[in-house]
Design a protein around this ligand. Structure first.
Ligand code: PRP
Ligand code: MG
Length: 170
């Protein structure tokens, strides 16, 4: 089975000129999901993970599956004003303007070994902001992993020395 076959191209979403990679067929098939999860887990080569940090919202799907499989905690990074307790925040640049992500300030302990997960690595702004949040709390980033990397957008460059893995590369 090829997990690539469970990612659907949608031309012109969310706006004209964009080819959207739709993962809902992958989410909707338990065997494809299992295969994708095992590819992500195997990339870690048995390294111990204390916390999986997932970025709202599409990073929550496999982020939680990874946390369960790795017997790790799960930490949601959310869009502003969604988290109820004290937060830290990090901003990142969009095509026009900036956006912000937040995490609970007690979600990670100093020295925690952290896996960061999101569905797509595009320009890298989102993942970089998540890395900044984890680092601010003293977490050690073991890997940033993604279902897909849009390599032509060079998002890797923003993530510098952090190990990066993508199950599918376009
Ligand atoms: C999308 C995608 C990644 C991010 C990748 O999320 O799910 O999180 O963009 O882009 P980047 O590498 O250029 O930052 P989006 O902000 O659209 O929100 P969603 O996950 O809630 O759909
Ligand atoms: Mg997202």
């Amino acid at each position: 089975m090829k997990i690539e076959n469970y990612v659907r191209d949608i031309q012109g979403f969310p706006k004209e000129g964009i080819l959207f990679k739709d993962i809902t067929p992958l989410l909707n098939d338990p065997d494809a999901r299992k295969k994708c999860l095992s590819i992500l887990v195997e990339s870690l080569k048995g390294q111990k993970i204390d916390k999986v940090v997932g970025a709202e919202s599409r990073g929550f799907f496999f982020g939680m599956l990874l946390a369960q499989e790795l017997n790790a905690g799960f930490v949601p990074v959310r869009k502003p004003k969604k988290l109820p307790y004290d937060t830290i925040s990090a901003s990142y640049e969009l095509e026009y303007g900036t956006d912000t992500l937040e995490m609970h300030k007690d979600a990670i302990q100093k020295g925690d070994r952290v896996l960061i997960h999101d569905d797509v690595l595009a320009t890298g702004g989102t993942a970089k902001a998540v890395c900044d949040l984890v680092t601010e709390l003293g977490g050690e980033i073991v890997q940033c992993n993604f279902l897909m990397e849009l390599s032509f957008l060079n998002g890797r460059e923003k993530l510098k020395d952090n190990p990066i893995f993508a199950a599918i590369t376009y």
